[in-house]
Design a protein around this ligand. Structure first.
Ligand code: SF4
Length: 267
């Protein structure tokens, strides 16, 4: 199937009964919300797993039109040309080697040359390229405090919290509800480390999308009639070292990566 770049293609897949089980008033409203990324296909109980897996990965949400993303990346690259790479390396925790920046992304090397071209063994999606460039341009260099806080407690977090729950925490929880064994795979792929937890979580892992921008994921399994729970936390310096748009983009992008891994390794 080719990329899904409009809501009507999603509507065609729905039963059009307007049953409201997805908590939207009609299938059309649901299709628009799914296209905009405010709803997940799995929120309609009448779509098969096959459709959800195959179509879900092909939806190009409006903010992700490749032309706009490429323009955005180009403008960030323009901003990179001429900046002091040695100083940027000190701020970001990167290395400055032979005129290039070597920056750790999920523990793996990404090289940025003087023309702001990126190269790495890891697959470079816009959702990771844009945060990397913003990080190099704007990271304040503040040292991590080790104080973890949820999205809503970040400086501009309240405005993003609802969307972050929808696009990051809820789908991530659902993936782990169905594939708890994926935590181990994710830990290996993303160079995460398991940490001691004072909050009674069943699993707590810290990932380092960027050296001065770690995230903590806590997951509680369902227990005694209580639903499972998952929360993502950020270091209290998060917004000093990465802009809020990039923080959101990394969270939502990570979920898409996990979804693909879940499909590949699905039980
Ligand atoms: S649950 Fe599915 S069928 Fe029912 S209104 Fe929502 S999208 Fe339509």
């Amino acid at each position: 199937m080719s990329p899904v770049n409009n809501a009507m293609d999603i509507l065609k897949l729905l039963p059009k009964t307007n049953c409201r089980e997805c908590r939207e008033p009609t299938c059309l409203v649901f299709a628009i919300a799914a296209f905009q990324g405010k709803k997940e296909l799995r929120d309609c109980p009448y779509l098969s797993k096959e459709v959800i897996d195959n179509v879900g990965a092909k939806i190009q949400h409006p903010e992700e039109s490749s032309d706009e993303l490429n323009e955005h990346i180009d403008s960030l690259k323009q901003g990179m040309i001429g900046i002091d790479f040695a100083q940027a390396a000190r701020r970001t925790g990167a290395e400055y080697v032979n005129g290039a920046l070597i920056i750790k992304v999920f523990g793996k090397d990404v090289r940025i040359d003087k023309n702001a071209n990126l190269s790495s063994d890891i697959h470079m999606h816009p959702w990771i390229i844009i945060p990397i460039l913003n990080y190099v341009l704007n990271c304040s260099g503040l040292a991590l405090t080790g104080q973890w806080m949820p999205m809503r407690d970040l400086r501009d977090g309240m405005a993003w919290n609802g969307l972050f729950e929808q696009r990051c925490e809820k789908p991530l929880k659902k993936i782990l509800d169905e594939h708890i064994d994926l935590f181990q795979i994710m830990t290996q792929i993303f160079n995460a480390r398991e940490v001691e937890d004072d909050f009674g979580a069943d699993v707590s892992i810290v990932l380092a999308p960027l050296v001065k921008f770690p995230i903590l994921i806590r997951y509680w399994k369902p227990d005694d009639g209580l639903e499972s729970n998952l929360n993502v936390y950020f270091d209290s310096t998060a917004q000093d070292n990465l802009d809020i748009n990039s923080i959101f983009a990394l969270g939502a992008g990570l979920v898409r990566m996990f979804e693909k891994i879940a499909v590949t390794h699905g039980s």
